[in-house]
Design a protein around this ligand. Structure first.
Ligand code: MF3
Ligand code: CO
Ligand code: CO
Length: 248
């Protein structure tokens, strides 16, 4: 069942989403070479908690961090720990904020210091791919339209699309129906309706699309060790477009 959220519920998701957005803004100043992913994770949790939210990734199906911190060829679900970030890394911070019983989900990829042009373009174009996906969201369009928009933009940029992981409905639970693949065909799949709340999250690779899971049973990496970027927003479907709930 795909939930249709009331304006009251949407406002609550937006409240959680705003804390998520602010936490991303706040953490940026600390993303300097030498900081460990555990330190980043704790700062995110402190900020979210101070603002009345809960980092609901913590202990979600046993996940041991407050946030997912994935570096370079790690695609998603990196576990915070002793690793220090360094110049030339790209760091993906993906976390959910729960408040008043409602969830938001947001990811950004951060560039540490300077990276080769090719990697900078990967990051820029993954963000653009997310917005290409958001552009086609409105009541009456289909789930497949989103994946088509994202994947055709990615391929135009010479990037591959991770297909093992998908976007999702979100609301009272972090993961709800429907699945929102980052690939697809126009005019296929379920019809978008006003009030559906979705997390849209392209994961794009510089090399091949193939990925595997580490022994820790969480972290996903690219097979060929190529870098991967990820951006995510929580949005609500409207009659004439979509509204970002993880924003200002
Ligand atoms: N935030 C992730 C997503 O985009 C889910 C993380 S689940 C966790 O769907 F357990 F790893 F935190
Ligand atoms: Co997420
Ligand atoms: Co998500």
């Amino acid at each position: 069942m795909i939930n249709i959220r009331s304006e009251r519920e949407i406002a609550l998701i937006k409240e959680a989403g705003h804390i998520n957005f602010l936490a991303h803004e706040y953490i940026e100043q600390f993303l300097k070479p030498g900081i460990t992913t555990k330190e980043i994770d704790e700062k995110i949790n402190d900020f979210v908690t101070k603002h009345g939210g809960i980092c609901s990734c913590y202990q979600y199906e046993g996940f041991p961090g407050y946030s997912c911190i994935s570096i370079n060829d790690e695609v998603v679900h990196g576990i915070p720990g002793k690793r220090k970030i360094k110049n030339g890394d790209i760091v993906k911070l993906d976390f959910t904020v729960r408040k008043n019983g409602y969830e938001s989900d947001m990811t950004k990829t951060y560039i540490i210091g300077t990276v080769p042009k090719e990697i900078e373009n990967l990051v820029i174009n993954t963000k653009k791919a997310l917005y290409e996906g958001l552009k086609v969201i409105k009541a009456g369009n289909k789930i497949g339209d989103i994946g088509y928009a994202i994947s055709s933009y990615a391929h135009k940029c010479g990037l591959s699309v991770v297909t093992e992981l998908v976007g999702h409905g979100i609301g009272s639970d972090m993961h709800e129906e429907p699945e929102v693949p980052n690939f697809g065909e126009k005019n296929t799949g379920k019809t978008l309706k006003s009030g559906m709340v979705l997390a849209i999250e392209p994961m794009l690779n510089l090399g091949s699309k193939e990925v595997y899971m580490l022994d820790n049973n969480w972290t996903i990496k690219t097979d060929d060790e190529s870098y991967s970027a990820h951006f995510e927003h929580t949005i609500v479907v409207r009659e004439n477009g979509c509204e970002i709930l993880t924003g200002e």
